[in-house]
Design a protein around this ligand. Structure first.
Ligand SMILES: NC(=O)c1ccc[n+]([C@@H]2O[C@H](COP(=O)([O-])OP(=O)(O)OC[C@H]3O[C@@H](n4cnc5c(N)ncnc54)[C@H](O)[C@@H]3O)[C@@H](O)[C@H]2O)c1
Length: 354
């Protein structure tokens, strides 16, 4: 595997693990400042990228180890790029931007979908908090908790609870807690999606009933249910956000059934906006350009999508989670009170170009 060199990182075979023909899993390690990066690849084409022992990407679509390494190394290079750009490798604890104008002071909201510091939900949470809002944060399960907890701590989140939308009663428990603690709610950020691998990575024409139902359930219906639970708490109005993607409008290679779910989600936004508008509750879909997050690592050839986005977008730039966060936070401000039912593209203008 001599060609497995990176132009940005010096990957070395982990001597603690067997490497070579007979080895089942091969692991490569590299350092980036004080961070330790590790890639492991299995012969059947599964690969992981870990930073300081924490998994940040997982791929299982490549046909063999060689392709798995190439793909996961690209993700690692993106990771390096992103972290160089934001300089976060030098920080030990996540920091929030120092914003003087607390434009969202007094507002309280729920952020669902932080998995780690690459999550779009984390970009949103940072922006809302920096602008003075208080945020409640959820984590999907105990495995995720240890990654989300330091972020919730940085956000000074007064409510930090488990929420797996597949677990009956957990969503209700979160809203009950909010009612008890705050007695009101000003915004919700729904930043979750899920599709079983066979459904996501296959053709839409082949999708099973179960794959379709799960995709729609987690990625779309849960937004409807959150709106339902938020409505009585938004006594003086509020804003509901969900995350969509351009693959809802155009056929984007490898986006498959998730495109169908996002189309339903954007339509849901319009119906909810119409129904809840008279109560001062606004509803938006935010449609970011591609971002190298954990969820995105389930989409084959995601790197090609990033390259295309950068080359085609009028801004000639990829978006960051902070770009998404501030634009979302703007829509929660009272100044945006007459904007509702939108799908707002935060993609450097990509969607306007043929
Ligand atoms: N990354 C992109 O390029 C991109 C672009 C446009 C839209 N989006 C959308 O943004 C949203 C957030 O994704 P992300 O890219 O930040 O990735 P992410 O992996 O950081 O976030 C996805 C979140 O969904 C949560 N989730 C999945 N199943 C769940 C369940 N059963 N219960 C509760 N939570 C569950 C995960 O725990 C995770 O926090 C998704 O809706 C995604 O489709 C992503």
């Amino acid at each position: 595997m001599a060609e497995m060199d990176s132009t940005t990182l010096d990957w070395k075979a982990d001597e603690a693990l067997a490497v070579g023909k007979g080895a089942t899993i091969q692991q490569f390690v590299a350092t980036l400042g004080s961070d330790k990066l590790a890639i492991d690849v299995a012969p059947w084409g599964e690969g992981h990228l870990k930073v300081n022992g924490r998994e940040v990407a997982h791929i299982d679509y490549p046909k063999d180890r060689r392709q798995a390494f190439r793909e996961i190394k690209k993700i690692a290079d993106r990771y390096v790029e992103m972290h160089m750009a934001t300089n976060t490798t030098k920080k030990t604890t996540p920091a929030l931007p120092n914003v003087k104008a607390k434009l969202l002071e007094g507002k309280r909201g729920l952020i669902v979908g932080i998995a780690n510091e690459n999550s779009i939900a984390w970009g949103c949470a940072k922006a809302f908090r920096a602008l003075g809002a208080e945020v409640a944060v959820t984590y999907v399960n105990d495995k995720a908790k240890k990654f989300v907890e330091p972020l919730a701590h940085a956000l000074e989140a007064p409510i930090f609870m488990p929420l797996d939308v597949n677990e009956p009663g957990q969503m209700e428990a979160v809203f009950d807690k909010i009612e008890k603690e705050w007695g009101k709610l000003d915004f919700v950020v729904h930043s979750i999606a899920f599709s079983p691998k066979e459904a996501l990575q296959g053709r839409v024409v082949d999708v099973s009933r179960e794959g379709f139902a799960t995709t729609m359930d987690v990625s779309c219906w849960t937004f409807i249910r959150m709106a339902h639970l938020a409505e009585p708490l938004m006594r003086k109005g509020g804003t509901l956000f969900t995350m969509s993607y351009y693959g809802s409008q155009m056929v984007v290679k490898n986006y498959n059934i998730m495109g169908v779910a996002k189309a339903a989600l954007e339509c849901t936004v319009r119906y909810l906006a119409a129904e809840l508008g008279p109560k001062g509750i606004r509803v938006h879909a935010i449609s970011p350009g591609p971002l190298a997050t954990r969820a995105a690592s389930g989409i084959p050839e995601f790197d090609a999508l990033l390259d295309k986005a950068k080359a085609k977008a009028p801004a000639r730039s990829l978006v960051s989670i902070d770009d998404v966060g501030v634009a979302t936070a703007f829509l929660a401000h009272d100044a945006a009170r007459l904007i509702t039912g939108e799908t707002l593209y935060i993609d450097g203008g990509y969607h306007i170009i043929d």
